[in-house]
Design a protein. Structure first.
Length: 204
């Protein structure tokens, strides 16, 4: 019978020899294709023992498949603004531009979000006070993807694309009109009681 210490040393030695052989005869050094191993092994005539076994094991590993990431920055996706004046605000993507444009050669998105959230209301408050505390201040801005954090949530707030678009930044009057459009649609959705989490201020 073998002693436990002897067996431990024996297996440790085998493991070390295999790892050393795999390192010396790795697939990055000896570049043979898998299809050549079935009929032609003469090229491995100088490789014997553990090194030969380690090489065959490394060649027959399952190849890694290319992973194609799906696009998740889509219109309606709720995002968090990470930088700038509106950092920490929730917003919804109106239009995404993944490939960039001539004036903005990077991935960016037109978003509309909430700058000032509605305040808490109670049952004891009057209608006038509730209406005043339920007002929302919206913003419309173009952000680099690096300054947006996508969430798993989406909302279907129907913003008018003819009013809220990238052309509004050329004229202050159009920008005010776009903000007003977003404000009206956000307040309508807030009063219905849907998507309550979207209208809650993030505490940080």
């Amino acid at each position: 019978m073998f002693d436990t210490d002897d067996l431990t040393f024996y297996f440790a030695k085998i493991s070390y020899m295999l790892s050393l052989a795999r390192w010396r005869y790795s697939i990055s050094t000896i570049t043979y294709e898998k299809k050549n191993l079935s009929g032609n092994t003469s090229l491995l005539s100088g490789v014997k023992g553990h090194a030969r076994s380690a090489y065959f094991l490394s060649c027959y590993r399952r190849p890694l498949k290319a992973i194609n990431m799906g696009k998740f920055m889509k219109p309606g996706k709720v995002v968090m603004v990470l930088a700038g004046r509106y950092a920490g605000r929730k917003a919804v993507i109106v239009k995404n531009i993944d490939d960039g444009t001539a004036d903005r050669p990077y991935s960016h998105a037109l978003v509309s979000g909430i700058d000032r959230y509605p305040r808490k209301v109670t049952a004891t408050m009057g209608k006038k006070k509730v209406a005043k505390r339920s007002k929302i201040k919206a913003f419309v801005k173009v952000f680099n993807y690096n300054h947006l954090m996508p969430t798993r949530y989406s909302v279907d707030i129907p913003l008018d694309k003819t009013v809220v678009n990238k052309d509004v930044f050329r004229d202050p009057a159009l920008k005010r009109k776009a903000r007003r459009e977003a404000k009206v649609k956000f307040e309508e959705r807030y009063k219905t009681g849907k998507n309550k989490w979207f209208f809650q201020k993030l505490r940080f």
